[in-house]
Design a protein around this ligand. Structure first.
Ligand code: ADP
Ligand code: F6P
Length: 464
């Protein structure tokens, strides 16, 4: 049976995990799932994606899970290394995050990237109803829009990039830069987290492919392709309603008690990634402890880290360095850092938000950062202070956070100190403003605006 709306993303919202020979399903990590899951449920869409396992030639049957129709696709072992760990996460991921570490280029990875994109395109093209919509997600599937178009010219094709798009000077290093741009330009609408990323993309089309640009539209292959900024968001009302449950605030009280009832809890919640600025933040916090500005155990830092991309050396090395810094701080300042190195369940994350006086979100570069938005959504009591990197997409909306340049160590320390010492009225005023923004720009606003723009883009005349 075909579906009017097919979402294609590298991962399904749940992933297959083998524990002691038993197959179980766990929630997939990352912000993409947080954003898309409510939309897919509300629209009864079909979600095509990798099941998280490795190997296996057989395409498992689509199945229902928690109100969603999931359509799993397999990845071979070599595709896992070349497409997922290689081209997606060692070439594109670092390059698009302003090359905060050097991107690695390898021809063999590119071949696997094309093969997997083609597999996803064939599956989505076969699943979409006549005249329906295929909505392609993120940097893993940049070739897919053009592939779907050649298979299903009747379908509407949207693309949404969850990560940043770098300026020309960085992007042009990519050996396959033309093919990647042509792949994306198969869409009717290409959405980005921020208008400046859309602007970067139009410049890439102009300067790399020499295509005409008019306003937000790019002329490619005799069609006009629309582009724009559509900041992804969270189900703010849903998170607030959850946070208001008596059980959740009781849980928050219990968390503080388990920490020894410190006067101040500084929380950080990250997927383990070098883009998140975890090391830089721990170094700043360590110095604040060393200088006596923060005193343990009356101040306790809780660092919750969801392990990520564990097979890639850079991620393993980062993890070792983070753990070494946590040990150093705790030896010098017992009780200074509580380190939780696993994905905790969604309910527990919200309870941690309520338990935290300060949330520190200090990425070196981040497409959006939904942790910051979740914290604001959960704080219905208007308490708590948010320290937010100016290099997170969310900083453009959450303007009354304690903003900081995470590369500037003294500034990072000052922002953390200011947030810890924030007078309650000031913190409440800042939080109220951020909550007003989020109420208007939640995940429903994101999806509605994107779909409206997609319909408009499909109706664009060939000549503008
Ligand atoms: P990214 O997409 O790069 O992972 P985001 O901040 O946009 O970053 O989204 C991360 C999502 O994963 C959020 O919904 C957050 O609640 C969740 N998350 C991050 N770390 C953890 C963790 N340790 N345990 C549980 N959930 C986590
Ligand atoms: O956009 C952020 C993101 O890269 C998602 O695309 C991805 O699903 C998530 O982070 C987690 O990463 P991974 O799928 O590599 O575990």
């Amino acid at each position: 049976m075909s579906s009017p709306l097919v979402i294609a993303a590298n991962r399904l919202p749940i992933r297959e995990v083998m524990t002691a020979g038993e197959r179980t399903w766990q929630r997939s990590p990352g912000g993409l799932v947080t954003t898309l899951e409510p939309v897919v449920k509300a629209q009864h869409a079909r979600w095509v994606g990798w099941s998280g396992g490795e190997g296996g030639d057989v395409e498992p049957e689509p199945f229902e899970h928690d109100g969603m129709l999931l359509h799993p696709l397999p990845l071979q072992e070599t595709e896992f290394t070349d497409y997922y760990q290689g081209f997606a996460n060692s070439t594109i991921w670092p390059l698009y995050h302003d090359a905060v570490i050097p991107a690695v280029f390898d021809d063999q990875w590119w071949a696997a990237y094309r093969t997997v994109n083609q597999r996803f395109a064939v599956a989505a093209a076969a699943a979409v109803a006549p005249g329906g919509v295929v909505w392609v997600q993120d940097y893993h599937l940049q070739l897919m829009p053009a592939m779907v178009r050649s298979l299903r010219p009747d379908a509407g094709i949207g693309f949404f990039m969850h990560i940043p798009v770098p300026p020309l000077e960085v992007f042009r290093r990519l050996p396959q830069r033309e093919e990647v741009l042509r792949g994306l330009l198969g869409a009717d609408l290409i959405g980005f987290q921020r208008p400046d990323c859309a602007e970067n993309f139009r410049q890439l089309a102009q300067r790399v492919l020499h295509l005409p640009v008019r306003g937000e539209a790019i002329s490619a292959g005799g069609r006009w392709v629309r582009t724009g900024g559509f900041p992804a968001s969270v189900d703010a009302a849903g998170i607030e309603a959850f946070a208001r449950r008596a059980g959740v605030s009781a849980y928050a009280t219990q968390i503080r008690a388990e920490l020894g009832n410190p006067r101040t809890v500084i929380l950080a919640v990250d997927r383990l990634d070098y883009t998140k600025g975890i090391e830089e933040r721990l170094a700043a916090l360590g110095e604040l402890f060393d200088e006596g500005v923060l005193r343990a155990p009356e101040v306790c830092v809780v660092q919750i880290i969801a392990p990520s991309r564990e097979g890639i050396d850079t991620y393993q090395d980062l993890r070792a360095r983070i753990e070494a810094e946590v040990s150093r701080i705790n030896q010098a300042h017992p009780g200074g850092v509580r380190y939780v190195d696993r994905a905790v369940d969604r309910a527990r994350v919200v309870a941690y938000y309520l338990a935290a006086d300060v949330l520190a979100v200090t990425p070196l570069r981040d497409g959006m950062n939904l942790v910051a938005k979740e914290y604001v959504a959960a704080r219905y009591d208007c308490r708590g202070a948010l320290v937010l990197s100016e290099f997170a997409g969310a900083a453009a909306e959450l303007r009354t956070a304690y903003r900081v340049n995470p590369y500037d160590r003294p500034a990072l320390k000052s922002a953390l100190r200011d947030a810890v010492q924030a007078p309650p009225e000031e913190a409440a005023a800042r939080m109220r403003t951020m909550r007003d923004v989020l109420r208007q720009h939640d995940v429903w606003d994101w999806a509605t605006t994107f779909f409206a723009a997609l319909e408009e883009a499909r109706a664009l005349p060939a000549q503008l």
